[in-house]
Design a protein around this ligand. Structure first.
Ligand SMILES: C[S@@+](CC[C@H](N)C(=O)[O-])C[C@H]1O[C@@H](n2cnc3c(N)ncnc32)[C@H](O)[C@@H]1O
Length: 243
C-alpha cells in the first residue's frame, strides 16, 4: 500500500474540493447543537472538526485506517471537540450505528473506495427520513473509447462511472438527488499542491531523512497522470440527496 500518511503529510483534506463540499453540507443541512451527523471515511477528521467546531453539532466519524485514526483523534483532542465528535474505527460497509438515527450523513471522496452501492446503502440506512445524504467523488466526464493502458495509472484499473450513472446509483438506494455540483478545476490544483510540496522536500538532501528521489518521482508521476486524467476524463462531483 502507498504510504498515504507521508503523501498527504501537508494537507488536512485528502480529496479535491473537500472544503467546498463541507460548505455545501453546512448550507444544505444547517446543523445546530441538536444535530447529529454521520461521516463515513473521515480521513484526518478535518470535516468533522470543522462542522462540530463551527456549529456545535455532534458527529460520528468513521475511519478504518490506523494512521488517520490517530491523527483525527489528536485533532479532536487539540480542538477540545471530544464531547462533540465520536471517532469510530470501522468499515463504512457496516456502520456501527442504528438505522434512521442520524439527521444527515456524508462521505467526502470515498464512496467509490468503500464500494459505491454498499456505501450508499449504509448512508441511506442510518439517515432519518427527510434527512440529507451528501457524497462527493470522482465522476467520469467521458468514458475512454478503448481500455486505458498502464500509462494511465489507477485509471487503467478503474470502472468508469459517469455523474449520470452515479446519480442513478444514489436514487436506486431510495434517495432523491436534489443537487449535483461539478467542482472547478482549481479544486484539483489545490489538492495536488501540497503533495508536490512533499515531493519537492523529499528530493532535497537537506530533509531530515536525506533525499528520497524514488518517492518524490512516484508522487510527481502520479500527479502528472491524474492531471492528464482530469484534462481528458475526470470530474469531481458533489451530490446532495434527500431520504
Ligand atoms: C480519499 S480519502 C478521503 C478522506 C476524507 N473524507 C477527506 O476528504 O479528507 C479516502 C478515505 O477512505 C478511507 N477508507 C478506505 N476504505 C474504507 C472503508 N471500507 N470504510 C471506511 N473508510 C474507508 C481511507 O482510509 C481514507 O481515509
Amino acid at each position: 500500500m502507498p504510504d498515504y500518511a507521508r503523501i498527504y503529510a501537508r494537507q488536512e483534506y485528502l480529496t479535491p474540493g473537500a472544503a467546498r463540499t463541507v460548505g455545501i453540507i453546512s448550507e444544505r443541512v444547517r446543523p445546530d447543537d441538536g444535530t447529529c451527523l454521520l461521516e463515513m471515511a473521515a480521513g484526518k477528521g478535518e470535516a468533522a472538526a470543522h462542522l462540530a467546531g463551527e456549529f456545535a453539532c455532534r458527529v460520528v466519524a468513521v475511519e478504518p485506517y490506523d494512521p488517520f485514526v490517530h491523527i483525527a483523534a489528536a485533532k479532536f483532542w487539540h480542538f477540545n471537540l471530544r464531547d462533540l465528535v465520536t471517532l469510530v474505527r470501522a468499515n463504512g460497509r457496516r456502520l456501527p450505528v442504528r438505522g434512521e438515527s442520524m439527521d444527515a450523513a456524508y462521505c467526502i471522496g470515498a464512496p467509490s473506495i468503500v464500494g459505491l452501492d454498499p456505501a450508499l446503502r449504509e448512508l441511506a440506512r442510518v439517515t432519518k427520513p427527510g434527512g440529507r445524504v451528501i457524497v462527493s467523488d470522482i465522476a467520469w466526464r467521458a468514458k475512454p473509447e478503448e481500455s486505458l493502458g498502464p500509462e494511465w495509472g489507477w485509471m487503467a484499473e478503474a470502472t468508469p462511472t459517469t455523474a449520470g450513472e452515479y446519480r442513478a446509483a444514489i436514487e436506486a438506494g431510495g434517495l432523491t438527488v436534489e443537487e449535483v455540483v461539478t467542482h472547478p478545476r482549481e479544486d484539483w490544483e489545490e489538492y495536488w499542491r501540497p503533495m508536490l510540496e512533499v515531493a519537492a522536500e523529499a528530493k532535497s538532501a537537506t530533509s531530515s531523512g536525506g533525499a528520497d528521489v524514488f518517492f518524490a518521482d512516484e508522487v510527481e508521476g502520479d500527479v502528472e497522470i491524474e492531471r492528464r486524467g482530469v484534462e481528458a476524463y475526470l470530474d469531481y462531483v458533489t451530490f446532495v440527496a434527500r431520504k
